[in-house]
Design a protein. Structure first.
Length: 374
């Protein structure tokens, strides 16, 4: 995106509080508000603006459409030594996913491996947040999820059938932050198209195709394809068959088989009588305790060898050394906690309108000016 658009930096805690104020006014309970606002802020701190406080604009639209239960309290459907299944009761996926991760880690600490699924959920933000939470508890954590929006075309098709079905993993490291990898199984996350629409910048080649398979650069047309009724959609990871789009397609299916089929989430791309009657997003969280497989010292020694070897690899550009997944986001988070979170004037104006409509206090507190883009 364009680097010359100036954003204002806002105090990080005021960003968290603003999300909490709106969520509370919408009827979410205090514990769920705290967990959700924390997860949103984490995304804004790490530069994932599509999954931070900007989500309130999307959620407001969903609330206006009805059948959006922000006051839901999840319940456990099944529970065993190495597994559990939770019904989110139609609520937002943030708080139930935090509880699912913590439960999976607790069980894995006892039996070595544990999986917890969630169904009847809504959007849960960034999958990497939950992978990191599990890794911070000493577990290798795998996350998969189905999705609400049908916006991804299978290779060779001109019609969307799949969602962006994210996959993420977290790996604990001794004495430092975890390795965290988070990806959409599409070439790009759907919410990035909304950001290009907001800024007017062209969509990168290969991200979105029309019903004939031709690439679409116009952000307004791309948004109508991804979120409207025009044929086409986002491409699977790889973009074209020559670039390995079938790999992204296979990973997207894995995301749904775990987060949807196994968890009991709906396949929103289904047609006819099989088409889902309402939202039912599913999530999957698998925790593995390294200590149960081998000694922790040996695990961390071998992990350190991988870490050191990769970082010692000579880079093509000396100013851009080889890093591990999560390094860039962690450095950015540390800086934004001190300097503030950049938010566009358009987004802040929209958040002000949302707060006013909800009867919530507007508490965003600016720090200074910056040219950094979220």
């Amino acid at each position: 995106m364009s680097e010359d658009k100036q954003d204002t930096l806002y105090d990080a805690q005021s960003v968290r509080r603003q999300a909490a104020e709106v969520l509370s006014a919408w009827g979410m309970g205090p514990e769920n508000v705290a967990l959700t606002a924390e997860a949103m802020l984490d995304c804004d701190l790490r530069g994932i603006g599509t999954h931070g406080i900007s989500l309130l604009a999307l959620y407001e639209k969903w609330r206006e459409g009805g059948n959006f239960n922000l006051g839901a309290d999840d319940r456990v459907l099944s529970d065993g030594p190495g597994y559990a299944s939770i019904d989110a009761q139609g609520g937002l996926g943030f708080p139930v996913s935090v509880r699912a991760v913590d439960l999976a880690c607790k069980k894995a600490r006892e039996v070595g491996v544990a999986a917890v699924t969630v169904n009847n959920s809504r959007h849960f933000g960034a999958a990497g947040y939950y992978a990191r939470r599990g890794a911070e508890q000493g577990m290798i954590l795998l996350v998969a999820s189905s999705t609400k929006v049908v916006c991804v075309v299978p290779p060779g098709a001109g019609e969307s059938v799949l969602g962006t079905n994210p996959l993420a993993y977290g790996v604990p490291r001794q004495g430092t932050h975890p390795i965290v990898f988070d990806m959409a199984t599409s070439t790009a996350a759907g919410n990035k198209i909304r950001l290009f629409q907001l800024t007017g910048d062209p969509v990168p080649e290969g991200w979105v195709v029309d019903g004939e398979g031709a690439t679409v650069a116009d952000p307004e047309v791309a948004a109508k394809i991804v979120y409207g009724n025009r044929p086409g959609g986002l491409t699977p990871l790889g973009s074209t068959p020559q670039m390995g789009a079938f790999k992204g397609y296979g990973l997207a299916l894995l995301g749904h088989f775990l987060g949807g089929t196994l968890a009991g989430g709906a396949f929103t791309g289904a047609r006819g009588d099989a088409a889902p009657k309402g939202d039912n997003i599913g999530h999957f969280f698998l925790a593995l305790d390294p200590e149960k497989f081998r000694g922790l010292a040996e695990f961390h020694t071998d992990l350190g060898i991988v870490d050191d070897t990769l970082r010692a690899t000579p880079p093509l550009d000396p100013e851009r050394p080889v890093l591990l997944p999560g390094d860039v986001e962690k450095a950015l988070s540390d800086r934004r906690l001190v300097e503030g979170v950049p938010l566009s004037s358009e987004l802040v104006a929209h958040l002000r309108r949302i707060a006013q409509a909800a009867g919530a206090e507007f508490v965003l507190s600016p720090v200074t000016q910056s040219t950094e883009s979220a």
